[in-house]
Design a protein around this ligand. Structure first.
Ligand SMILES: Nc1nc2c(ncn2[C@@H]2O[C@H](COP(=O)(O)OP(=O)(O)OP(=O)(O)O)[C@@H](O)[C@H]2O)c(=O)[nH]1
Ligand SMILES: [Mg+2]
Length: 199
């Protein structure tokens, strides 16, 4: 079981990316589950789930990153035992600190995770403001990333994209950073950057 955590502030594009990744992985014959804080809130409706043949599991009553760390671990164990997915996608609330989610994972006692990856999505239209007013959270989202995607490249000015790139590289110089329009569909290259084990 591989684990992919999507981190990024509210409205940055986590669900948009997660659904496309799930679809691509399902198309390759793999079993995929998505863990979200709240299904309706995440914009993943039943129809979409059936369409994609996905298992979407909901963590109720709170935020994955704080009160629900224990719940996250027990849900992962149940998921592993009952459904044995090849890939679990986790979309916590946009206010979640990925460090807290990653911190809970060593307590997971199911089949060993084959890989775990944190993909952070940054919104170039708002990043320069968010980094000022939500500094510790945004720093953590950038620093804990294994791959950074700056979305909304179709909406952002080139200066906004450049600023976002600089912020990402300043706080996490060691990972790949890519700009993309997430509504334009996943290129094979972007898919392999998000899910390297798939290729
Ligand atoms: N034009 C454009 N719109 C985008 C892009 N990425 C996301 N969006 C839009 O931005 C809005 C928010 O996207 P979501 O995927 O719901 O963002 P989220 O991070 O899951 O949001 P929360 O779960 O509420 O935190 C939606 O209307 C998306 O269609 C992009 O690259 N370009
Ligand atoms: Mg969402």
């Amino acid at each position: 079981m591989h684990l992919l955590l999507f981190s990024g502030f509210l409205g940055s594009g986590k669900t948009t990316l997660a659904v496309q990744v799930a679809q691509a992985v399902v198309e390759r014959g793999k079993r995929v589950a998505i863990l979200v804080n709240e299904i309706g809130e995440a914009g993943i409706d039943n129809q979409l789930m059936r369409q994609l043949d996905l298992n979407v599991w909901e963590l109720l009553n709170g935020c994955i990153c704080c009160t629900l760390s224990a719940d996250l671990v027990s849900t992962l164990q149940k998921l592993d035992a009952d459904y044995a997915p090849d890939l679990v996608l986790i979309e916590p609330s946009g206010a979640a600190d990925p460090h807290s989610v990653l911190h809970a994972l060593p307590y997971y006692r199911g089949r060993p995770l084959e890989s775990q990856r944190c993909v952070t999505i940054l919104d170039p239209l708002r990043l320069h403001v968010l980094i000022e007013v939500m500094t510790p959270l945004i720093h953590s989202q950038i620093q804990n990333a294994d791959f950074i995607l700056i979305g909304k490249s179709d909406l952002a000015q080139s200066e906004e994209l450049e600023t976002a790139l600089q912020i990402a590289r300043t706080h996490n110089p060691f990972v790949d950073v890519v700009c993309a329009d997430l509504t334009a569909g996943l290129t094979p290259e972007l898919l392999s950057q998000v899910v390297p084990w798939l290729s």
